[in-house]
Design a protein around this ligand. Structure first.
Ligand code: GUN
Ligand code: ZN
Length: 429
């Protein structure tokens, strides 16, 4: 039995979904302290009450810092860590110029280990405790990320990225090897500690119908795994899909036709959706992931957050490292806010925080475990300093309420705002 730790501060917990309450802030409850025991949240309450219940607990006093669930980044490519912020290309050229040459290097287990650990160091420093990552076609790249996450006690979701066409020599598998290698990785990693395997066809342009079929069959055999891929990110990409799959009614159909649509399917980007695609995604309760820094950086477009939320979609938020230009979910919330402004419907700070935590956890079907501070949840926590830079401090010091105090950190904060990170209760930063 672990020692109990009581963290004191402004502890925020979602009692509801801020998109569904009368006011967004009405969804959030504030407590003075949270007790952590054996890697889980044991109690929430005011500081004196928790100290009375746990008189022998270690006490960590965070003053007026804000204690939140650790951020959940619902769509990343950890192998693109080294090429983040590469200049001047749009999606297909960006993949060919920067991404594929870098991903080629992950057949080397030593390189994969080095980048996996560097990536988890960087994301932890930015307050992110769970990621859903694409790896490369090399099983070694999956082993590297899962081994690094396991050693850190971290909840991570990941899978081998499968491609058998329109990718360079050395970065292609086959329908059979994609199936066999993914199946072997599922057997070795899925459900081990806090790890989840995600079946990962990169996107329709880089898989033949035969490969999509094979991965659809694999998902049918392992329905407890998630399936992640890309959908309707750029208009050129959609044209390309139309040419490659002339019989498909639309982009989404190229997945559904091969058994790759259902609850547990997680679609990155989903910007330029046809009405039929939207309706079908909603009907099967598939997940969409908004990647706002990436969508601006690669020039993809403006995600329709408010309209899709109102229609009842399951939506998460993500950096899309390294198409995205930041490892920070704070920066990503700022970008989501800006895109929502351009769409004419600003997001409230409570909505942004929910998207970066419980929303992403819900999109990944792990919201019964992480993404909220509630009794019985895993104790992945981030502590925010709301005065981490002079520019932020001078603004938050004149705030009239909690939300006005938090918002400048969401808009202007970076890793300097991350005062502490706990993974399963243990201090990771
Ligand atoms: N579509 C297919 N592969 C990728 C990728 O690696 N990044 C992004 N942003 N879009 C993609
Ligand atoms: Zn992506």
């Amino acid at each position: 039995m672990d020692q109990v730790t009581v963290l004191c501060g402004r502890v925020l917990s979602f009692a509801h979904t801020p998109f569904e309450t009368e006011t967004p802030e009405g969804a959030v409850r504030e407590y003075g302290a949270v007790a952590v025991h054996n890697g889980q949240i044991a109690a929430l309450g005011d500081r004196d009450r928790l100290r009375a219940i746990y008189p022998a607990a270690d006490l960590v006093d965070h003053g007026d810092r804000v204690i939140l669930p650790g951020f959940v980044d619902a769509h990343v490519h950890y192998p693109q860590t080294g090429i983040i912020a590469s200049w001047g290309k749009r999606l297909i050229d960006w993949l060919n110029t920067y991404t594929f040459p870098e991903e080629m290097r992950f057949g080397d287990p030593a390189y994969a280990d080095e980048v996996a650990n560097r990536y988890l160091d960087l994301t932890t420093a930015h307050g992110t405790t769970t990621v859903a990552s694409y790896c490369t076609i090399h099983p070694e790249s999956v082993d590297a990320l899962f081994a690094a996450a396991k050693a850190r006690g971290q909840r991570v979701l990941a899978g081998k990225t499968c491609m058998d066409r329109n990718a360079p020599e050395g970065l292609r598998d086959t329908p059979q090897s994609a199936y066999d290698q993914s199946a072997d990785l599922i057997a070795r990693w899925h459900g081990v500690d806090r790890l989840t395997y995600v079946i990962t066809p990169r996107f329709s342009p880089t898989s033949t119908p035969e490969q999509l079929d094979a991965l659809g069959a694999l998902w049918a055999k392992h329905p407890g795994c998630l399936m992640q891929t890309h959908l309707s990110e750029q208009t050129d990409e959609i044209e390309w899909v139309r040419a490659l799959f002339p019989k498909a009614s639309d982009y989404l159909d190229t997945y559904e036709e091969h058994g790759l649509l259902g609850k547990g399917a997680v679609f990155g980007h989903a910007i330029h959706l046809e009405p039929r695609e939207e309706a079908r995604l909603r009907e099967v309760d598939a997940s969409l992931v908004h990647c706002p820094t990436s969508n601006s950086f690669i020039g993809s477009g403006l995600f329709e957050m408010r309209a899709l939320m109102n229609a009842g979609h399951r939506i998460g938020l993500a950096t899309d490292t390294g198409g995205g230009s930041s490892f920070s979910m704070l920066r990503t919330m700022a970008a989501a806010y800006e895109v929502a402004q351009l769409r004419g419907s600003p997001l409230h700070a409570a909505e942004l925080l929910w998207l970066a935590t419980q929303g992403s956890a819900r999109a990944l079907h792990i919201d019964d475990k992480v993404g909220n501070i509630a009794v019985g949840m895993e104790a992945d926590l981030v502590v925010l300093d709301l005065a981490s830079t002079p520019a932020i401090a001078q603004r938050s010091s004149r705030a009239g309420d909690l939300w006005e105090a938090i918002f400048p950190t969401l808009m202007m904060g970076d890793d300097r705002a991350i005062a502490e990170v706990r993974i399963a209760g243990r201090k990771a930063l």
